[in-house]
Design a protein around this ligand. Structure first.
Ligand code: PLP
Length: 418
């Protein structure tokens, strides 16, 4: 069937642009949604008027241009707040989760520095958290990096025991970006609240995938990012709970006093509108979507297990995001398998560190031997993956692993010895 271009709605046009004009089947299968996601076409549609028509500065409200921009920003603030069940006044727009994490961690302890100097975090946090903490160590702060067990889980008793009179902040992520393991955020929040310590949660991988009720979880500061939830890159948000003594991070960016003084700089209105729409979509779709994506990853795992021996799942077997599989293929290099399957886009180790050949610090912290870490790949599924793609990807992975193992003397040895 041939359809005329003019008969397509804006949405379809945007969608065909994103998905490659209906030639999806010839494109590589994208299974790297934990690194970034495609912008949802309806997000793009919401953003477009704010480039050339409603281009006003949200701070210049002496005329309609600025007022329209300000209204769009306030609307988006409401959409982000609704997804988290918080007050819109508690949402600050930033350039992404890296900036949110920096502001939350550095800004909070700077604010509270008279009260103490101690921070608690975990060894498998994102680099934006770890490196903020490392920086603070050069500025006189002390940091406890809590270890994890072989499944990537923290010991909550150990967390509580490490709190001292000097502890200002606990920073623990909701879900890990490499292995998908989900932390017991409500329990950590309860511990933090009991000891009157601020609780920051990097929820970048969890937002839009699992319900996070910031009230129930006792979270004081929460980071999220647009491009992990089908919004644009370069936009994110920080939730800052109001009415909590001392919870006023010192700004890290000075200037015109935007965002209640927390973050100066002219607001990126189109991106903010996109983030708002992305959050709204996640709220609408979350339940059905996570079920569908969960089933697809289960199918992928089943197909791989049925056709490849000597494979291991890294991370907690149940307590993890249904969209993410971190799998070790024994006796091969993850990088090699990736090169042997150019039609499947995945990550080896973490995308941020895969430029180096160091094995992933997350897998290392779980006690996974380097040779197994080197054989690991992260498959992260998303909104636009279809069942046909999963079948196709599984075939390619099976073929690639077999090809690499045919070249591997270690594998031959292992098979011979049973
Ligand atoms: C992607 C990611 C970040 C960084 O987010 P940006 O918006 O790209 O700066 C931080 N934390 C986690 C857990 C992430 O997955």
């Amino acid at each position: 069937m041939i359809r005329k271009f003019e008969t397509k709605t804006n949405n379809e046009v945007a969608h065909s642009r994103v998905m490659g004009n209906g030639q999806g089947s010839s494109r590589a299968v994208y299974l790297d949604n934990a690194a970034t996601t495609a912008v949802d076409p309806t997000v793009l549609e919401a953003m477009l008027p704010y480039f050339c028509e409603q281009f006003g500065n949200a701070a210049s409200i002496g005329h309609d241009f600025g007022c329209q921009a300000q209204q769009a920003v306030q609307n988006a603030r409401g959409q982000v707040a609704a997804l988290l069940n918080v007050d819109p006044r508690e949402i600050i727009f930033t350039s992404g989760a890296t900036e949110s994490n920096n502001l939350a961690i550095k800004g909070s302890v700077e604010k509270l520095r008279e009260k103490g100097n101690h921070i608690i975090t975990g060894v498998i946090e994102h680099k934006a958290v770890l490196d903020s903490c490392k920086y603070l160590e050069t500025r006189g702060f002390e940091v406890t990096y809590l270890p994890v067990d072989s499944l990537g889980m923290l010991d909550l008793a150990q967390l509580e025991e490490s709190i001292t009179e000097k502890t200002l902040l606990i920073s623990i992520m909701a879900a890990n970006n490499e292995i998908g393991t989900i932390n017991p955020i409500a329990e950590i929040g309860a511990i933090a609240n009991r000891h009157k310590v601020l609780f920051h949660c990097d929820a970048t991988q969890a937002v839009g995938k699992i319900p996070i009720d910031v009230q129930e979880c006792g979270i004081d500061l929460l980071s999220l990012s647009g491009h992990k939830i089908y919004g644009p890159k370069g936009i994110g948000a920080l939730f800052i709970r109001r009415g909590r003594p001392g919870n006023r991070p010192v700004p890290q960016m000075h200037g015109g006093g935007h965002e209640n003084g927390y973050r100066s700089g002219t607001l990126n209105v189109p991106a903010i509108v996109g983030l708002g729409r992305a959050c709204e979509l996640c709220g609408e779709k979350m339940t059905g979507e996570s079920e569908r994506i969960g089933k697809l990853s289960q199918k992928l795992l089943r197909l791989l297990r049925e056709n490849i021996d000597h494979i291991k799942i890294n991370g907690h077997p149940e307590n993890r995001l249904g969209s993410l599989l971190n799998i070790t293929f024994e006796f091969v290099e993850g990088e090699g398998v990736m090169l042997a399957m150019p039609d499947v886009a995945v990550s080896s180790g973490s995308a941020c560190t895969s430029a180096t050949l160091e094995p992933s610090y997350v897998l290392r912290a779980m006690g996974i031997p380097d040779e197994l870490a080197h054989g690991s790949l992260r498959f992260s599924l998303g909104r636009f993956n279809t069942e046909e793609e999963i079948d196709r990807a599984a075939q390619s992975v099976v073929r690639a692993v077999k090809k690499m193992r045919d070249l591997s003397p270690l594998y031959e040895e292992a098979v011979k010895s049973g």
